[in-house]
Structure formats: C-alpha cells, structure tokens
Write a protein that binds this ligand. Structure first.
Ligand code: GCU
Length: 414
C-alpha cells in the first residue's frame, strides 16, 4: 500500500507549526443543553451518547443497528505451528447465510500459555499470508489493491506474497511475551474502492434497490470497524483467548477503524492507534498535514457523505477527535506517531489524548497532561493513556509493538 501525501488540488499541506490557526475545540464536558457534565453518570447517560451520535451522523455514518448472524467455521488448526511455539487457527467468519460473504481470521496463540491469552487484534492491508512466512497460512483469494506488485498477479496474491509484511507483524516477539495475535485482510470486510459498495458488507444492509450508502449511512472505515467487532464476537468465545483482554490496534486508515471500533464496542479492553492521522487521532481543527478536504477528495468512500460538508470548514464540524478518544474512556488508549509522518500530524495526534483527559479524570484515572508531546522515542504512559513518537516513516514496526506490549503488560498487570 503506497501512502501518498499531498493533496489533489495544488494546495501545499500545512507543515509549519507557527501557521497552525488558533481554534476552539467543541466542549467535552458540556451537554448540548448547555449544562456542565460533572460526573461519570452524567457523562455516560448524557454527554457520551451525544458525542457518539455526532460521530455517527457527521463523520463515520451510522453503523446499521440490524444484527446479521455470524457463523464461525474452523478451516485449519495446528497446535505445533512456528516450531511448536504457537497454536495457529484459521477461522472463516460468515456474515449471514450467503456463503460469499465472509472474512478469514488468522489467530496465533502462545503454546506455553497456562491460561487464556490476551490478544492483539488488527486488520492487515495485504492478506493474512503476508504477515508471516509460515507455509500453513491460507493464501487470500480476494482481489487486492496490489496490482502486479511482487507477490500479486492482476491483484490476486500468489505464493510469493508470503511474509511480505513481516516487518509490520513481529509474531515471534508477540508470542514470546505471552500475547496472541489475530488478523484479517481488511478487503474481506469491505474492498477499499469507491465503487465497491455492492461487494462488501455494506450491501448486506441495503434496502431493495439500494446501491450505495445514503448521506448519514456508514462509509468503509465504519465497515472495517464493524468487522473488528465481528472478529471480537469470535475471539470472546475461543477458549484460548482471554475475552476481557483483547486489544484492538490498527495502522493508518486501519487505525481510524480501530479507534472507531473501540469507541463503539466497549468489549475492546485497550484501543491502539498507530499513525491514524486525519479522521483518526489527529485534531482536525489544526489543519496540519492532511485535511478533511484532502481525505474526502482522495478517499470519498471512507466516511459518511455528510462528512464532505466540512471540507475546508473544520471549525463547523460539531466534534473534534479528542472526543473520539474520550468515547473510549475509561478503557486504556494508546496513540503512536512517526517523526517523518507529518501528513498524519503527530502533534495533533498527541493533543487529542491530552484534551480527552478530563473524561478520564471523571473516572479517577490519570491522563497524559503535558501540553507538548514527548521527544523522539521517549514513550510516556499512565495506566490509562500512552503515547510515543517513533523515529522514521509512516509504518508500524517492532518499536511500536514493543511499546504496545509494555503498555498492555502494565494495564493487564502482567
Ligand atoms: C493516505 C491517507 C491517510 C491514511 C493513509 C493510509 O496517506 O491520506 O489518511 O491514513 O493513506 O491508510 O496509509
């Protein structure tokens, strides 16, 4: 997946901190009726539902309320995978009874675990077989966005694609620290193309004759987030998984999906955003790097059509992304950035945590408070929030994972 930065209409992105406009963030602890929100009860009963509704209506579009039966089919299981260090399970998760609609979950659990393991769940960009060279991983048969890149032919994965993304998935390190790891190819849920709505899970919820989502209905990020919750439906009933210790994570557009999944589904025990940027963790009113107009122009299918009315009108958006982080409270949240990824606005990603802090404080939890982000590779965390700025490019690497595992160790008391 190539990451292109810069916009399509000849305007240079803002990368100069001194030119960031002054802005007022929408209030976190004041309800729409003007009343101050002073305790957890008022937050949970009044303000939180208001903010969740605004993200649903104006940003991501509403996740359909209708339930689709989810059916699990074990496709393969190997108790001595990876030289005996892991159990590998591959599960096809069907959406309803139409056998063409499904996603394939790959799960590794540490073999030496004495009790159900905590698990990191995240979508992948290129097919499950790309996360490791393990010859037992079933090769994805979906068409990908990878064209004829090495390992793909006409967009379909070949044997050569095995292990293409090992740098992003340090499976051995994860297992050796006592964690399991689960992943799904994101295109199994919804293909990442503006013209794909009839193919993915969107169409399962269409009214007769409908071909694309209506203005307040969900976009592709919403569908990927929904898929993460369906994966969790499987994980919580797998006897090898600790159902109270599933952390959801994602890189980039998939970090936007993990935050939205974590905001909506309280079963996720930790929520992690890796370089999620605009539409993810970054404060959009800063207009630094990617803007709403940039994202809606290049990826018109990611968000609800309603989001397009905020192109060049960030200050009119009734929410900002500190409120997305606040929706996750009191569950722990970790945000990470990379120094060469200015397109994602590292400082704006950090500030969302700081500005979400007052909600964590309502719960008696300690948030991150320093007004400036920490220096390069100087991770900071409390028991409820973590942040680091990795040196280098837009990516997810062992450095990032090691910090996520340190944070999870702290949260899960390992
Ligand atoms: C583009 C896009 C970002 C996104 C990234 C990715 O750079 O502008 O918003 O996060 O792709 O998903 O890799």
């Amino acid at each position: 997946m190539t990451t292109i930065s810069g916009n399509l209409y000849g305007q240079e992105p803002l990368y100069d901190e001194s030119k960031v406009p002054s802005y007022h963030l929408p209030a976190l602890l004041e309800s729409e009726n003007g009343k101050a929100v002073k305790n957890v009860k008022q937050w949970e009963n009044k303000r939180r539902p208001e903010i969740l509704a605004l993200f649903s209506e104006q940003v991501h579009g509403k996740t359909p309320a209708g339930k689709i039966p989810v059916i699990f089919q074990l496709q393969s299981m190997e108790e001595r995978a990876l030289d005996g260090t892991a159990t590998r399970k591959q599960v096809r998760i069907f959406f309803g009874r139409d056998s063409s609609r499904h996603m394939d979950l790959l799960l590794y659990l540490p073999s030496n675990a004495k009790k159900p393991a905590p698990v990191f769940l995240g979508l992948n960009f290129t097919g499950n077989q790309t996360i490791h060279t393990d010859p037992g991983i079933l090769i994805s048969t979906r068409q990908t966005n990878n064209g004829n890149n090495p390992g793909y032919k006409d967009g379909y994965a070949t044997e050569e694609s095995r292990g293409l993304r090992v740098r992003r998935w340090p499976v051995e390190e994860i297992l050796s620290r006592g964690y399991g790891v689960a992943t799904i190819y994101y295109g199994d849920i919804q293909p990442d193309r503006p013209d794909s709505f009839r193919e993915g899970v969107h169409s399962l919820f269409f009214k007769p004759g409908q071909e694309k989502p209506g203005p307040g209905e969900w976009g592709a990020v919403g569908a990927w987030a929904w898929g993460l919750s369906r994966a969790l439906d499987y994980l919580v009933q797998d006897p090898g998984v600790n159902p109270d210790q599933v952390a959801v994570l994602g890189h980039s557009r998939l970090g936007k999906a993990s935050l939205w999944a974590g905001a909506q589904d309280p079963r996720f025990a930790i929520v992690i955003s890796n370089d999620s940027g605009e539409g993810g963790a970054a404060i959009t009113r800063r207009k630094y790097g990617e803007t709403i107009k940039d994202i809606n122009t290049r990826f018109p299918h990611w968000f609800s059509d309603n989001y397009k009315q905020y192109n060049n009108k960030e200050n009119e958006l009734p929410v900002d992304y500190h409120q997305l982080i606040a929706l996750i409270a009191p569950r722990p949240v970790y945000v990470a950035s990379a120094s060469d990824d200015q397109w994602a606005d590292p400082k704006g990603e950090y500030l969302s945590l700081v500005h979400a802090g007052p909600v964590y404080e309502l719960y008696g939890l300690e948030p991150l408070k320093a007004p400036e982000p920490p220096g390069l590779e100087k991770p900071v965390s409390t028991e409820s929030m973590g942040y680091h700025l990795r040196k280098g490019k837009h990516d997810i690497l062992l450095y990032d994972w090691s910090n996520y595992m340190d944070f999870a160790d702290k949260v899960f008391g390992k």
